[in-house]
Design a protein around this ligand. Structure first.
Ligand code: HEM
Length: 415
């Protein structure tokens, strides 16, 4: 049993891991599947000395940590940039509110129960036709444009934001305002970029004010939407503060948009890169659902989430101490050769694609997973119906983030 943390240099790590910056967005945007494979093989429980956190990279270990919140708490920061810069989590939350994503059981279950009815299959199904109309409208614009279009700006960014507006009960006309401010939240996830972080905080305060006003309006005149539910909810335990209601809205907005955005654009890129597989889906739309699972597995839109150790725990042969920070690398876990054959290749017929943890695992497993799956399936169907020959028209630019794996731009042509 290692008494840890050992010094980085004492670990005698293989060369590939020596220069790796696990708190640097450019590491993830380079799609470092070779480094992940080496981590899983040689250092599955890895102490990342430069920013002092543990890194779990196998499917089994990431799942273990995600499913044991009594050992691995979400309260001390849930993102890599927060465990690398511990003051950031508190600054983001603003101190006075609770956030679903950052709350441990049993309080977590009380808060989650408030929003859960809005995410059941019947509740989501009601939105299907409106989601289809949103997707069709955006894709028709691409089909009608003869030139080069940035698929991210034209399709993958607007659709999830408009869907979240539908879900919450916000005017679709506000989607652009909300998108600009929500996007700043993930672009603030650079390693040392304090300026971007401060700018993102300012945008965040504007969103807080926006939601505070909408919640107040629904308190006075209730409607049949999720904002009204959040405005009036009384959880079983402690009451919900005004700020907790605001942060609930904000959490849904941010968690529900950029992850879905990168799944749509990343999925479109995979189809353009694998035209044979694209044609097989188009010929048999029954393949769409498994194709979406394989896209989620392959892309792994959420790079990693973080936890803080609550009591001494041994993972493999390594002891972690209370207070230690841990990164759960979903992006590596979803390419684990212990679960999938040839994990770094894209295969829409992969029988066990759905074992991916793109939506996390355990009590914090994505509450919007059903909605995201529905949305991605609809967008895939409409894409194949309206722009079946989507082709690349330039080099896609990756997003620079330690939170989201995806594209900042995707230049395409309809035919
Ligand atoms: C492809 C799209 C999506 C991906 C990849 C994704 C991924 C994730 C992951 C990995 C978690 C777990 C976080 C953790 O363990 O700390 C999570 C939680 C969450 N997601 Fe998603 N998500 C997606 C779409 C959505 C949508 C559409 C919504 C809502 C509109 C949503 C709302 C949430 C919320 C509120 C949580 C926190 C749940 C909790 O803490 O109990 N997500 N998501």
């Amino acid at each position: 049993v290692q008494e840890i943390p050992p010094r980085y240099e004492e670990l005698g790590l293989p060369s590939l891991l020596e220069d790796v910056r696990l708190d640097d967005p450019s590491f993830y945007s380079a799609q470092p599947y070779d480094v992940f494979a080496q981590l899983r093989a040689d250092a599955p429980v890895h102490w990342y000395e430069p920013a002092s956190f543990w890194v779990l990279s196998t499917h089994a270990d990431v799942q273990f940590a995600a499913k044991n919140p009594q050992l691995f708490s979400s309260a001390g920061g849930v993102m890599i940039d927060e465990i690398a810069h511990p003051d950031r989590a508190a600054q983001r939350v603003g101190g006075e509110g609770e956030v679903l994503l950052r709350t441990d059981p049993p309080r977590h279950a009380e808060l989650r129960a408030i929003a859960a009815p809005a995410f059941t299959q019947p509740a989501i199904r009601v939105l299907a036709e409106r989601i289809r109309a949103i997707a069709a409208e955006r894709l028709d614009r691409v089909a009608a444009d003869g030139g080069v279009v940035d698929f991210v700006e034209a399709v993958s960014q607007p659709i999830p934001m408009e869907v979240v507006c539908l879900l919450l009960g916000l005017p679709i006309a506000d989607a652009t305002f909300l998108k600009e401010r929500a996007l700043a939240q993930t672009s603030g996830h650079g390693a040392d970029d304090g300026e971007a972080f401060t700018a993102a905080l300012e945008r965040r305060r504007e969103l807080e004010q926006y939601f505070d006003e909408h919640l107040e309006q629904r308190r006075r005149s209730p409607q049949d939407d999720l904002i009204t539910v959040l405005a009036h909810a009384e959880p079983e335990g402690d009451p919900m503060s005004r700020m907790t209601r605001v942060l609930f809205c904000l959490d849904l907005l941010i968690a529900g948009t950029e992850t879905t955005d990168v799944s749509i654009s990343g999925g479109a890129l995979l189809l353009a890169q694998h035209p044979d597989q694209r044609d097989r889906i188009a010929a048999d739309l029954g393949r769409a659902r498994n194709s979406v699972e394989e896209m989620l597995r392959y892309i792994s839109p959420a790079v990693a989430m973080a936890r803080t150790v609550t009591e001494e725990v041994t993972v493999r042969d390594t002891v972690m101490k209370p207070g230690d920070r841990v990164a759960l690398l979903f992006m590596s876990a979803n390419h684990d050769e212990a679960v999938w054959d040839e994990p770094d290749s894209f295969d829409i017929d992969r029988p066990n694609a759905i074992r991916h943890m793109a939506f996390g695992a355990g009590p914090h497993v994505c509450i919007g997973a059903g909605l995201a799956r529905l949305e991605l399936t609809i967008v895939l169907e409409e894409l194949l119906a309206r722009v079946p020959q989507l082709t690349l028209a330039g080099d896609p630019q990756p997003l620079q983030s330690t939170l989201v794996n995806g594209l900042a731009t995707l230049p395409v042509r309809a035919a």
